[in-house]
Ligand binder design. Structure first.
Ligand code: MN
Length: 481
């Protein structure tokens, strides 16, 4: 928004995040809650909404919902289930069991890493729908030849987290979703995978003249599948609304679809009012009244949240004092915590490795996960690198080996340094180089030490940086005699 819109407009954003809860089974039945099973295998009469079936609440889903509420500073209260009625082929009952008047969690907040507080209006339990796949016509329902329906997802427990309209830019919205995702993952409530649809974001977007207290007419944008798309969808939609208002037109309240292919939003349907859903209390379920003692047990068992883990890692890195921490260091720490690699970093730093070296390797070389790597072998490897026993490039190669195959760092280092093919190749390259640059070689042999950099550089160039710098230096020294 900041890039496109004139300054006199303010964007107002509220987000609805649906997260699938990490349970073994569905919210109201014993079917597995599992992502990539063959279609229509995780189903039974309740998931299919067959007449005469009755829902039974999954205790674990309730526990995870309470965890979410507590982690978001909500009040956890007795709640009721309601039927939200609408027709869609992937919802076989023609209603979704959700929570309406009395959500399990309400009135909380989430603090962004910048310190800004975003209100959480509610975080309620509901069931997911099935999944439709439209064949032909580019995957859109209105042009499809036929549609397939997979009910595996029908009845999977969801927590719907509704923020207050406290966000003011696409950057803040991304920061919010990213922090929320990290919290959900940290407390084991969700796997947070946007790419698998287990975390889905709908954005309520409106604009108003800066300084105005009244909210503008909002549009809800759906189908946002990544943080990047979220930012782009918000920027696009806010600009669309500003353009309308500046042209003297009105924004119509509606639901819009974010189209990844043409980077714009399209009208999907004029927004249903709440009355369109004809909510009423679910007659097959009694109110949910979690025992106060149980809630306190859940609170006591909550693990450290990302904000606390970032602070700990900052302290371990020695960046906690005095004065303002380096923004680059903070950004690195945020990534490490977001990837849940902070425990590895802590252990390695405690094992004596310099934090800068630990962070550099984690950020650059462990983006795809730690695989078979253990904290012990990581510590051992970095100790060898810090002591100059192994070069940075060789250390990186050994790390990749430890990630894919595991094992001890010392063995992997020996294997790497004793890599004779590499040595033979280097020797051949050096022969060629000496033949091409006989004068430089003679001056080097006669003691012109600064030419070492020249020869190392030439070999690095010839191997596209793959050669081990220390091994090259060693070879030069041997050959010089
Ligand atoms: Mn919902």
């Amino acid at each position: 928004m900041s890039n496109h819109a004139p300054k006199k407009w303010e964007v107002v954003l509220g987000l609805e995040v649906h997260a699938e809860l990490l349970t073994q089974t569905k919210l109201f039945s014993a079917s597995p809650n599992h992502f990539d099973s063959p279609p229509n295998t995780n189903i039974e009469p309740v998931s299919l909404g067959l007449p005469g079936t009755l829902p039974t609440v999954n205790r674990r889903a309730v526990e995870l919902a309470i965890r979410v509420g507590l982690a978001l500073n909500c009040q956890v209260k007795p709640s009721t289930f309601a039927r939200k009625n609408y027709f869609y082929p992937d919802m076989p009952k023609n209603y979704q069991i959700s929570q309406y008047e009395d959500p399990i969690n309400s009135d909380g907040h989430l603090e962004l890493p910048s310190g800004q507080r975003i209100g959480i209006v509610r975080a309620h339990l509901e069931e997911d729908t099935g999944k439709s796949t439209h064949l032909g016509g580019g995957g859109r329902i209105h042009e499809a030849d036929r549609s397939l329906i997979d009910y595996n997802r029908a009845g999977v427990p969801l927590i719907e987290i509704v923020s207050a309209p406290d966000l003011r830019s696409s950057e803040e919205a991304k920061e919010y979703v990213s922090e929320l995702r990290d919290i959900l993952v940290a407390i084991g409530a969700s796997d947070g995978k946007m790419e698998e649809g287990s975390l889905r974001v709908d954005a309520n977007i409106s604009v108003r003249p800066a300084g105005d207290e009244r909210l503008g007419v909002r549009c809800e944008v759906k189908n946002v599948n990544s943080l990047r798309s979220l930012g782009r969808a918000i920027d696009y939609e806010a600009q669309r609304q500003v353009d309308l208002l500046e042209a003297g037109e009105r924004v119509i309240q509606e639901t819009r679809h974010w189209d990844e292919d043409d980077n714009s939003t399209h009208s999907l349907r004029t927004k249903e009012g709440e009355t369109d859903y004809r909510y009423f209390l679910e007659p097959d379920l009694v109110p949910l009244v979690p025992d106060a003692e149980w809630v306190e047990e859940i609170r006591a068992a909550l693990p450290a949240l990302p904000a606390e883990r970032r602070a700990r890692l900052l302290e371990a890195s020695g960046g906690g004092e005095p004065g303002e921490p380096d923004p680059e260091l903070l950004a690195g720490i945020a990534i490490i915590v977001s990837r849940s690699q902070d425990e590895l970093a802590q252990k390695t730093i405690q094992g004596g490795s310099p934090s800068a070296l630990v962070f550099k390797h984690i950020l650059n070389n462990l983006a795809d996960g730690t695989g078979q790597l253990t904290a012990e072998s990581f510590t051992e490897l970095l100790a060898a690198e810090a002591a100059g026993e192994i070069s940075a490039s060789a250390s990186k190669a050994v790390l990749a080996e430890l990630v894919s195959s595991g094992g001890s760092a010392q063995e992997a280092i020996q294997a790497k340094l004793g890599d004779t093919t590499g040595q033979d190749e280097l020797a051949t390259l050096l022969d060629e180089l000496i033949a091409q640059k006989p004068d430089e070689w003679q001056r080097f042999c006669e003691g012109e030490q600064k030419l070492q950099g020249f020869f190392v550089g030439q070999i690095m160039k010839a191997t596209q940086g793959q050669a081990d710098g220390l091994a090259v230096a060693k070879l030069l020294a041997e050959r010089k005699g």
